[in-house]
Design a protein around this ligand. Structure first.
Ligand code: ADP
Ligand code: MG
Length: 367
């Protein structure tokens, strides 16, 4: 009998490293057996950030960064495979998004899945987004089908928020209809400002933001971004919400001269809370709770801001609904790999805007 064990790897726009899970899809249910995190070496992280924008000799630099990524992914796979109770059927690897331009007909997750298959000896399934884009979709978000399978409740509206570099929301309607889209920036701006103002890679537990005071003028300048008012399907990334985006708005609000670093940190956290709350009010008005996953779920200040912005609805982490917050995305890709193996569609056309359901991924066999 074929193995029901899959490894899922997700490295998102926070550029912190790769989250991996070992999941067992035996029988009717799903169980995560183990999880691992492999941080990116600092030079790889810097190069992946640099590759988000046009620059010299990109082809060669991208290929070399992809090799570095594959080695990092392989380390994560080795840690998980060593604890697997049997052979692993396939590794699902998202790759690292360095350009996301569905309106031009492409999205690019840099990766070297052939090297990963070579290094691990396990079948690798990669490139999950391209087929949806080829079918006219955004190629994102791809997690709603998994969210429906795991968090869906018959007859109820369920809202699930992933706080990665970008915040993305899934709304599961009572009749099983699904909306999913990127709300706007989350950790990407929080990390950027924290690193710049304090040298620390992220604002641990949101402590700096919690000390700060939200500035209305800066918040208005940030909220004026037209993306927030667009109707879904929509998706975005670091090619839009990045240092130049932030700097332009800090200038408009004269923020650097007027505000303390922690006030800017607080205002950026409030931006994410307000944008997410507006998305929930518009697209999930009957949801009685928001289930939060992703690294931002560990940011106590951001979670408190979300709670206040969404009251009286409850805000809970996905841990309370059966799956740890830092395992949801990687498990979603393991689930998508299983769908690929069964040749089942992985996209939700109402979320991505694709012409129809499509089987997502490409196989790099181990042998
Ligand atoms: N204890 C914490 N306090 C505040 N933020 C945290 C904490 N742990 C993780 N994070 C945030 O989560 C990010 C990683 O989240 P992740 O879900 O991996 O995002 P992505 O999918 O974009 O890589 C970090 O860059 C950091 O901003
Ligand atoms: Mg990450």
């Amino acid at each position: 009998m074929a193995s029901t064990l899959y490894i899922g790897l997700m490295s998102g726009t926070s550029l912190d490293g790769v989250d991996g899970v070992l999941a067992d899809f035996s029988g009717r249910g799903m169980r995560t057996l183990d999880a691992a995190f492999t941080p990116f070496p600092a030079d790889l992280r810097a190069e992946l950030m640099a590759l988000q924008a046009a620059s010299a000799n990109e082809l060669e630099r991208e290929a070399l960064a992809a090799n570095g990524l594959a080695r990092c992914y392989a380390e994560c796979v080795r840690a998980l495979a060593a604890k697997a109770p049997g052979p692993v059927r396939a590794v699902a690897v998202h790759g690292q998004t360095i350009r996301h331009r569905p309106e031009l007909g492409f999205t690019r997750q840099t990766n070297n899945p052939a090297l990963l298959a070579e290094l691990t000896g396990i079948d690798v399934i990669a490139d999950f987004r391209s087929r949806d884009v080829a079918a006219g979709g955004q190629g994102a978000p791809l997690v709603p089908a998994f969210h429906r399978a795991i968090f869906g409740r018959a007859g109820a509206t369920v809202a699930i928020l992933n706080l990665g570099g970008i915040a993305n929301l899934t709304v599961l309607g009572p009749a099983q209809e699904v909306i999913g889209f990127d709300c706007g920036p989350a950790n990407t701006l929080l990390d950027l400002w924290c690193e710049r103002s304090s040298g620390r890679p992220f604002d641990a537990d949101g402590a700096a933001a919690a000390r700060g005071v939200v500035d209305a003028r800066l918040l208005d300048a940030l909220l004026a971004e037209p993306y927030f008012a667009l109707a879904p399907p929509k998706s975005t990334g670091l090619d839009h919400f990045n240092a130049s985006w932030l700097d332009a708005r800090l200038d408009v609000a004269d923020a650097r001269a007027r505000l303390r670093p922690e006030d800017i940190q607080a205002t950026l956290a409030q931006l994410t809370a307000n944008v997410v709350a507006a998305s929930c009010r518009r697209h999930a008005p009957t949801a009685d709770e928001l289930v939060v996953c992703g690294g931002g779920a560990f940011n106590a200040d951001l979670m408190a801001r979300l709670g206040r912005a969404l009251a009286p609805s409850a805000v809970v982490t996905s841990d309370a609904r059966g799956l740890p917050a830092d395992q949801v995305e990687a498990t979603a890709f393991a689930w998508l790999a299983r769908a690929f193996v069964a040749r089942q569609p992985g996209n939700v056309p109402t979320a991505t805007g694709a012409a129809g359901p499509r089987v997502l991924g490409a196989l790099y066999p181990a042998r």
